[in-house]
Write a protein that binds this ligand. Structure first.
Ligand code: HEM
Length: 497
């Protein structure tokens, strides 16, 4: 106790020397900030956690504030300058921390998404080359899976589909293409979901892999929200899901490692797993890397597609303009997709504006955080005017919400909550727009994701010229595990003549 008192006095002195002032404390109605925990649990049940975090910010009235959270006091900041400090300018003062590692490791092991320090540097260096290659987003492979998606969207004599929920369809599309690209073997969940069940001969029983992966991720989401109490949540269904996912990964790795090189050479397709096996023969490390990329890349892309169509279904004028831009760049729908390339997707400006605007309103990772590696400061948020630095204790959690940041009216204007792709024709990127994070840990798959999502959107709007919203309500409901996607995107699509 005496040591704690001494170090707290020492910190107070340093904090004063550095010109730090206290950030305002969020007003709590219950001890230990239990009211905030209850509110977040209730918001989770209503699928509105990101909106609740906006309310907490608005109640406090400051972009940076302190919040009690069951025994600890965390700093919450939605200030671009502070986020930039944590992610870039003071990168070494902050890390992900042991808590995130412990939460994720039973399913994923310790890899790029959970590691800090040298382990992270090693993982990033090993993965980086795989993302600089031109073929990183294989559009022919994507097309194969898009064609199966279209089988889920048959039309009647007037050209309309029945009301269909696109949200699960995008989840199946992205796990099929991601597993084929990463593991060399698609789990073909789209085939399994077709009514007539066009069963494929599979070397491995893939049927449960998609469900197990989804269940495992939702358990990781619950463990993340329990924070340091994550260990309370470890149900047998979580352990079983992990077993299925690991068996699938191990099967693919074993098969890739024992493939006869001569037949391998004949196969020109780029497979992530085979590239990784050239860098290490440690199969557990390969499994860890693969599962981390699957986690990082799959749900994020499915969520981006889901939210894009959620908004398109409510903005026919944007559909009209987007379709005109796509047809102008790539021509009408044909079974040949050769005109659609990475470079041409980038040059389709309005498509990029639609993607930017979707990621502004629905950043895939709406809440995030870091932990201080040493006593340090954040540049802003202290004192009555909020302009003084704030002292951060070693080990203190700092949480930030990109969802809140992207909807701040003082940054984006009074229409911050509205979907207006046109705002991007006059806007430049800075630290107020960070859907892919920033600094040394910026998303490795940004180009991959924008290419894949852009490609799928292009193909859908080439083939369909009308999107009618069939959801009963316009309420924004988040299917939020670690990333967000819409609960449901029920639409009827009209096929172009
Ligand atoms: C809409 C799509 C995507 C979004 C919005 C997105 C966003 C992000 C964000 C916010 C982070 C930082 C997370 C953190 O703080 O720990 C991140 C990290 C990462 N992302 Fe993405 N991501 C997307 C798609 C992808 C894809 C498709 C891949 C790979 C195929 C990928 C690979 C990674 C990797 C490897 C990291 C870890 C980087 C590191 O810690 O060094 N992402 N992404």
């Amino acid at each position: 106790a005496i040591n704690a008192l001494r170090s707290s006095r020492h910190r107070a002195r340093i904090s004063q020397q550095l010109g730090c002032q206290a950030a305002p404390m969020h007003h709590h109605n219950l001890p230990l900030g239990a009211d905030t925990v209850v509110r977040l649990i209730q918001a989770g049940n209503q699928h509105k956690i990101p909106q609740e975090v906006v309310k907490l910010y608005e109640e406090t009235g400051h972009p940076t504030y302190m919040q009690r959270l069951l025994g600890s006091t965390i700093i919450v900041t939605h200030d671009p300058k502070n986020i930039q400090a944590m992610l870039a300018t003071q990168f070494h003062d902050f890390e992900l921390g042991a808590c995130r590692r412990n939460i994720f490791s039973p399913m994923l092991g310790i890899g790029i998404f959970t590691a800090d320090g040298k382990t992270w540097e090693h993982a990033r260096a090993a993965l980086r080359p795989q993302f600089t290659r031109d073929q990183v987003a294989d559009l022919d492979l994507e097309e194969k899976h898009v064609q199966i998606l279209f089988k889920h969207l048959p039309v009647d004599a007037l050209g309309w589909t029945v009301p269909t929920d696109l949200a699960p369809i995008f989840f199946r599309l992205t796990i099929d293409s991601a597993t084929e690209f990463l593991f060399g073997d698609s789990i073909n969940s789209q085939h399994a979901a077709l009514a007539q069940n066009e069963s494929l001969p599979l070397a491995f029983n893939h049927t449960n892999v998609a469900e197990s992966f989804d269940h495992g991720i939702s358990c990781l989401g619950i463990r993340t929200r329990l924070s340091t109490l994550y260990w309370l949540y470890n149900p047998s269904s979580f352990r079983e899901a992990i077993r299925v996912v690991h068996d699938f990964a191990d099967y693919c790795i074993e098969r890739a490692a024992t493939t006869n090189p001569s037949s391998e050479e004949k196969e020109s397709r780029y497979i992530f797993l085979k590239e990784l096996l050239k860098t290490t023969d440690n199969k557990v490390e390969v499994r860890t890397q693969l599962l981390h990329i699957l986690l990082a890349g799959r749900d994020t892309t499915a969520g981006l597609l889901g939210w894009t169509f959620w908004e398109l279904a409510r903005h026919p004028e944007v559909v009209h303009k987007l379709r005109a831009a796509v047809l102008d760049t790539f021509g009408p729908y044909t079974s040949d997709n050769k005109d659609i390339t990475f470079a041409r997707l980038k040059s389709c400006t309005y498509l990029q504006h639609v993607l930017n605007e979707t990621l502004r309103l629905y950043p895939s990772v709406p809440l995030n955080g870091r932990q201080a590696t040493k006593d340090t400061t954040l540049p802003r948020g202290g004192g009555p005017d909020g302009l003084s630095p704030v002292f951060v204790r070693r080990g203190q959690e700092v949480s930030y919400s990109v969802y809140v940041l992207h909807r701040r009216r003082d940054i984006w204007g009074p229409d911050a909550d509205q979907f207006i792709p046109e705002r991007w024709s006059a806007r430049r990127y800075g630290w107020e727009y960070i859907p892919f994070n920033g600094g040394p840990r910026v998303c490795l798959g940004q180009q991959f994701a924008l290419t894949e999502a852009g490609y799928v959107i292009c193909r859908v709007v080439q083939r369909f010229d009308g999107i009618a919203n069939c959801n009963e309500s316009d309420e924004e409901l988040h299917n939020y595990s670690l990333t967000t996607s819409p609960m449901s995107v029920r639409v009827r699509l009209h096929q172009a003549a």
